[in-house]
Ligand binder design. Structure first.
Ligand code: HEM
Ligand code: HEM
Length: 178
């Protein structure tokens, strides 16, 4: 079904995930300020891990909601922009679901406990320093790709709003006129 507006739940999830992603990036960048092995550095990694798991959960719920309710068609009438917008949205979903898995594997291969609001993950893989290094590289690559893609996505949203002057951003803020 083609819709004109985003469901308020979709809008809430969109901006909630945005806040979580910004928090995850800030905390992991802060980690670099502390010496290796120090308590605040380890704390930054744990907090980043909790936020990352929250991102995964929220994205999974958001995806189910999207399948159940649907989203409006991209606003730009040019087919190439419609395809680009759709590809970007699916890529963001994929990366925000895959990156946390590599983050979890990083802890697991390092033999470190992963906490999530009082719960502790069981050890699912045998700790292995070589695998830890590999998944760390993949996680960092995915995380850094997200920086780039989110910036591009936000710029596209601002471009639609300030240059094309359509309702794209307004409807993601629940302020669309139609
Ligand atoms: C979508 C969610 C996530 C994003 C966007 C993300 C992004 C990032 C980024 C950008 C870095 C820093 C890379 C660098 O220093 O260049 C990083 C590092 C890290 N992430 Fe995540 N992450 C996410 C989820 C998780 C989860 C769920 C965990 C674990 C439960 C985790 C564990 C870690 C750890 C431990 C590091 C530090 C590795 C080191 O020691 O350098 N991340 N993440
Ligand atoms: C973590 C950061 C972000 C992620 C992961 C993200 C992801 C997404 C996704 C997946 C959609 C498709 C609709 C849906 O499934 O909910 C979307 C739509 C949208 N996003 Fe973002 N977004 C982020 C940040 C931003 C920012 C900072 C802006 C501000 C300019 C923005 C503006 C928009 C707009 C205007 C739409 C609607 C596009 C349309 O209707 O065609 N997003 N976003």
């Amino acid at each position: 079904m083609s819709k004109l507006k985003y469901h308020p739940v979709s809008i809430f999830f969109h901006w909630f995930v945005f806040i979580l992603v910004v928090a995850a990036f800030i905390v992991i960048e802060l980690k670099g300020q502390f010496p290796k092995g120090s308590e605040p550095r380890e704390l930054c990694k744990s907090v980043h891990g909790v936020i990352g798991q929250l991102i995964f959960l929220t994205m999974a719920i958001r995806l189910i909601f999207r399948f159940a309710y649907g989203v409006p068609k991209p606003t730009n009438p040019k087919p190439v922009f419609i395809s680009l917008a759709k590809a970007m949205h699916w890529l963001l979903y994929a990366l925000l679901l895959i990156s946390p898995i590599f983050g979890i594997l990083y802890f697991q291969y390092g033999g470190k406990e992963i906490h999530f609001f009082g719960l502790v993950w069981p050890q699912l893989v045998t700790p292995n320093p070589e695998m830890k290094k590999l998944v760390e590289g993949i996680h960092e690559f995915l995380g850094n790709s997200l920086y780039f893609l989110i910036a591009l996505h936000a710029l596209a949203g601002l471009w639609q709003h300030y240059i094309v002057k359509d309702d794209t951003l307004r409807r993601m803020l629940n302020k669309a006129s139609a």
